[in-house]
Write a protein that binds this ligand. Sequence first.
Ligand code: MG
Length: 508
Amino acid sequence: MKSNSWKELRKIDHEVYLLKHVSSLLGWDQETYMPSRGIEERAEQISLLETLIHEKITSEAMKEALEGAKEKPEIEEETGKESLFKPLTPVHRAAFLREWDRRVERARKIPKNLVSRLSYATSVGQAKWAQAKKEASFNLFKPYLEEILILTRELAAALEFKDSPYDPLLDEYEPGMKCAILTPLFEQLRKDLAPMLKEIIATSNVDDTCLYLPFPKEAQHAFGERILNAIGFPWERARLDVSVHPFTSTLGRDDVRITTRYNPTYFPTAIFGIIHEAGHGLYDLGFGDDIRGTILAEGVSLGIHESQSRFWENCIGRHRAFWTYWFPILKNEYLPALEQVPFDTFLKSINRVRPSLIRVEADEVTYPLHILLRYKLEKALIEDTLSLSDLPAAWNDGMEELIGIRPSHDGEGVLQDIHWSMGSFGYFPTYALGTLYAAQFFSSLLKQYPLVLREVEQGKFGTVVQWLKENVHVHGKVFPAEELCRKVSGSSLDSNYFLQYVREKYLH
Ligand code: MG
C-alpha cells in the first residue's frame, strides 16, 4: 500500500467536487442568461468537463488511492497538518469510502463508447422529441426512442443486475432502491389511494377562478422573495432567477441557484415553484461543515431531495396554517383583486384535487398516480415486455384506469415528459418517493413539535427549518436513504404516512 493513498483520494475527491460545480455553472447559465447561439460551444464545454470528471473517476490513480485507503481506513490523519482537508470522522470516513467505491465501480463498468453513443442518441432524441411533441405524433419520435432504449438496455447489462435490468438504472438516482421494493410499495399505494381519490374528487369541487386573476410578474416576484425571506433563504449564499423549467443547481459550497417561471394570469406556478425549489436549495445549503467540499456533501438520493421540495411546497406551503398568515399579506399588499375572495375558497382552490392529464400540473393527491403509470411502462420497456408500437395505447389505457381521464392526443399523453428522450429511465419513481418521504417526515415533525403549525400561522419557520437541517440536511450522503428515513421517522419508507396525510387533509 502506498502511504499517501488518503491524501491522493482526498485530492481527487475535491477536484471532482470542484469540476462538477464548474459544470453546473455552465448548465445554470445555459438555462438562464446564455444567448441562444451560445448553445453549440456550451454543449462542447460541458461535454469536455464531463469527460474530464469521468476520466478522473476511472483513472488508475483513483483506483490505487481508493484501494489503499480501503486497506487502511483508520489512517486518514496522514493527510497531515499541512493538508487542505480536515480529517473525516470514522463514520464519515466509512461513508466516504462506500460512496467512492460505488461511484468508481459504476463508472468503470460502463464502456466509453457506450457513453458517447448514448450522449449522441439522447441529444438527437431530445430535439426529435420536442418536434414530435409539438406535432403530437409519437411515430416521429419512435425510431429515436427505439435507439435510446436499445442503448439503455445495453447500459443496464453493462452495470449488471440480478432480477430486473431496471434495477441498475433506478440505482443511479435512488441508490439502494430495487423493483422488488418499489413494485409492492407502489401497488399498495394504488390500491389504497383509488377509493380515497374518488371520495375526494366528489367533495372537492370548488370554483378556483381566484387563481387566474391578473398578477404582474414583478409583484409575484416580490411576494415570492418575501416568503423566501421569512423562510430564512440566505441571499448571500443563493440566488433566484427565471428559467423555462424551474430547477435548483448547486454551484459551490456557498452558492445555490434556484429558478422559477412567471405566468401573469396564474400565480401558483411561480409561488409554489419558488417554495418547491427553495426546499431543494435549503437541502444543498445545509450539509454539515465536516463533510462540505467532499462527495458526501450531496443529496443522498433524488427521492430524498424531492422530499425536501415537496415538504415545503405541499406539507407546509399548501397548509391552512401557512396561508392563515400569508393570505392577508397577499391580498392586502400584492393582489387587491383577492379582496372579495373568502379564505376558504382560496385555500380549497390551491388544494383542488381533480383528474388531469399533465403530470407537472397535477395536484398532490393524483400526482403519485402519474408516476405509477410511468414506472410500470418504462420498466416494461426496459424489460422488453412492452413494444414501442403499443406504448401510446398502453399510456392512454393506463391514464384512464389510474386517473380516470384519457388523453386525446400523444402531446398530452405519452410525449409530455422530456425524460425518456434524455435516456433518464429510472428517474420518475423518485418523484413519487419524494412525496412519500415528505409525508413521513412531516408526520415526524408534528409528533416531535405538536405546536409547530402555530408558529407557521404566525409566519415563523425557524423550527421547521432547523428540524429539517438537523435531521436531514447535515447528513448529506452519510447515511443511505433507507437508514436516513429510519433515523428521521423511526421506520422504513411506508406509504401509509402519505395516505394518512391525504385522509386528514382532504377527508376531514
Ligand atoms: Mg423538484
